[in-house]
Write a protein of this length. Structure first.
Length: 674
């Protein structure tokens, strides 16, 4: 793949859409058509392929009984014909609102056009006739239509509500159109459209503004897009509409599966448009993953039998270098907003605590055995244990904490472990595992057993195994359970010693918490003063410590650990990014790299190069596949977030002998080195 093509959003399953709010001139279709044409050109300049306009935008929603004037209706059709013709050179699909006479009735319609061709006409189904609305005075509902074809601007085109507009060269781009009130009823027409395959739903709206209504629109559009596992674009009338009895804020929205992508500036006096990049592949993945979506399709087969699909050729600028405009969070497991982040930490912490309390009560056990290293994961696990025994009304001395220095334990981490246990108030003991490790090394005939500096994987795993072996036997001795401390990131990368090592425990409280979130959880506990001033200080010291297994000697006493985990397996912030997008959405490696480039490699605060992204993603894929056997038999642990769990009883079931070759080849083939 060429470098420029890699850097285009259209290469990776995205499309750019535009929501337009023109300043209209009431009952002046020719003027409004020209304003629409200008916004269409602006949408093309921004490389959008779909542009949505408000309800009845070619004439104005507030024409009232002027809708029964033949002059206005004739002029509207002439203006539409001119618009469609003038827009033939613009490769953007447009959707505009117009009153149309069909079968001797007047309908409030949306016209879909592209490259000089009218693709179809969709009449409004639900006509509000309450409060300030009197649409039934002028218009008929779509249910009263007889014809399924209409002649407009010299073209005979499909007419009806059950229409899908599909890009023939981009099968995931399937559009459905509904009008204003259609979205406010219990079962919007777009609900069935989504079941019929529509991925992007478009709503031409008028929607006058009253106190609190903008917030309700957000809820309505956001939740509907989430229920339909689709994207929803919404364009409401703005400047130029009559203010005889109503006011207008020109509210445009773009949502994708419940997430707001873009919003117009309300009450703006000029024409405006916003663009939103929609991830169609993500929507497809969600619909495949949520089998209940498919089950709903099966339940409504009869309602979906008569839907018609109108094909057209979308012109996607896939060869351009076109970066995303949407925000790609660097840390998808950690909210960027401080208030949301604090709430996330509070909820995750309480999930872990509640799960541990239930396990202890179910097992009838009141003592917890935990290894405390002075590092990040065991620190947070100990905090969870402390809160759990508090809730159970047990003394914290029931937490049996052990720090077990080995050949590479630094003075810093040992000191932190002891200070932490003192601050928590748990039982604290120190066990030197070096004698038992040396005995095992001698029994194995390993050179280190005779004093040679051979620090291979056996040397490392003997220490990891001795620590876990001690903890299990201590649990036997004291009638407790061993609390696992390993996290989601370590499980993904296989950074855990299999079997009798840190891979195993009686119950793991951290196993679905990624490393990047773990850091914020510990900081949240420190900053909220839950462990006192001294406890908070030791937590901050732990956060400032190099992440390390501390199994290979090399550092001086009291300094940072000699071993660096991230130098071996890559930065956790990048590997967690890779994990989230591969586990949660099943993206191709090239798409993950593209998103990582947007998040980490571009802009004023770039931290990595594309070569870095490529290198660490390669490492992730190799390790993720090679270490599935470890995840096939992990202990019980609570799932804490929608980002996923790697438990075979939860989100991830995979064969231990699967090959990573296809993923590695896709990465090699489609991601340039720089």
């Amino acid at each position: 793949m060429s470098k420029d093509r890699f850097h285009s959003l259209y290469t990776h399953g995205f499309i750019r859409t535009a929501v337009c709010v023109p300043r209209i001139r009431l009952a002046d279709p020719q003027h409004n058509a020209q304003e629409t044409l200008s916004l269409l050109r602006a949408a093309h300049d921004k490389r959008a392929v779909v542009a949505l306009f408000p309800e009845l935008g070619l004439v104005g929603y507030t024409c009232d009984d002027l809708f029964h004037q033949r002059v206005l209706l004739d002029e509207a059709e002439l203006a539409l014909a001119r618009l469609v013709q003038d827009a033939a050179g613009i490769p953007v699909l447009g959707v505009v609102g117009i009153p149309l006479r069909v079968d001797e009735r007047l309908f409030n319609c949306a016209v879909v056009f592209h490259r000089g061709r009218i693709l179809g006409v969709v009449p409004k189904t639900y006509l509000p006739n309450y409060g300030e609305f009197y649409e039934a005075r002028q218009f008929n509902s779509a249910v009263n239509a007889v014809s399924d074809l209409v002649t407009l601007a010299g073209q005979t085109v499909p007419f009806g509500t059950q229409l899908l507009f599909q890009a023939e060269n981009h099968p995931l781009l399937k559009l459905h159109v509904e009008i204003c009130e259609d979205a406010w009823v219990p079962i919007p027409p777009s609900t069935y459209a989504a079941l019929a395959g529509a991925t992007v739903m478009l709503n031409l709206s008028a929607s006058n503004i009253t106190i609190g209504k903008s917030g309700y629109r957000h809820e309505l559009v956001g939740l509907h897009s989430a229920r339909c596992l689709g994207a929803y674009l919404y364009s409401a009338s703005g400047p130029g509409e009559s203010t005889n009895d109503m006011a207008w804020d020109g509210h445009g929205l773009a949502y994708e599966n419940g997430v707001l992508l873009a919003e117009t500036e309300r009450f703006k006096q000029d024409s405006q448009l916003i663009t939103a990049d929609i991830d169609l592949e993500r929507l497809l993945h969600e619909r495949m993953r949520m089998t209940t979506f498919g089950a709903t399709v099966g339940q409504h087969k009869a309602a979906l039998a008569n839907w018609r699909t109108v094909l057209y050729q979308a012109e996607l600028p896939a060869e351009e270098r076109l970066p995303l405009q949407r925000y790609v969070p660097r840390m998808p497991y950690v909210p960027a907003n401080p208030a949301q982040r604090d709430e996330r930490c509070r909820e995750v912490f309480n999930i872990q605590v509640q799960a541990l309390v239930q396990r202890l009560r179910a097992a009838g056990i009141t003592k917890l055995v935990i290894g405390v290293s002075g590092g990040l994961d065991s620190t947070h696990a100990l905090l969870v244990c402390a809160k759990a025994v508090d809730l159970m009304g047990l003394p914290r001395s029931n937490i049996l904490g052990y720090t077990m220095p080995g050949f590479a334990t630094s003075g810093r981490t040992l000191d932190q472990a002891l200070r932490l246990m003192a601050a928590i108030g748990c039982s604290a003991e120190q066990i030197d595992i070096r004698p038992s490790c040396l005995q095992m090394l001698k029994d194995l005939g390993h050179p280190a057993g005779s004093g040679e500096a051979v620090y291979d994987v056996t040397f490392e795993n003997v220490q990891a195994g001795e620590r876990t072996s001690h903890l299990f036997r201590l649990a036997n001795l004291h009638g407790g359970i061993v609390i696992g401390t390993g996290d989601l990131s370590e499980l993904a990368l296989g950074w855990c010693t299999y079997g009798v090592g840190d891979h195993m425990s009686h119950y793991g409280v951290n196993a679905s918490v990624p490393k990047t979130l773990m850091q914020y959880l510990v900081r949240w506990v420190a900053e909220t003063g839950q462990v006192g001033e001294q406890g908070s200080q030791v937590l901050l010291d732990i956060l400032g410590t190099e992440i390390s297994p501390e199994l290979v000697p090399g550092g001086a006493e009291g300094e940072q650990p000699a071993q660096s985990t991230e130098s071996a397996i890559g930065p956790y912030e990048l590997q967690d990014f890779n994990l989230f997008h591969i586990l949660r959405y099943g993206y191709d490696p090239s798409k993950v790299a593209f998103l990582a480039y947007q998040a980490w490699c571009s802009g004023d605060h770039a931290k990595y190069s594309l070569a870095d992204v490529r290198k660490h993603l390669n490492t992730f894929l190799r390790r993720f596949f090679a270490n599935q056997f470890k995840r096939t038999c992990v202990p019980n642990s609570p799932k804490v977030g929608s980002g996923g769990s790697l438990s075979p009883r939860g989100d991830w079931r995979a064969p231990s002998d699967a090959s990573a070759n296809a993923w590695l080849a896709e990465l090699e083939r489609n991601v340039p080195e720089e």
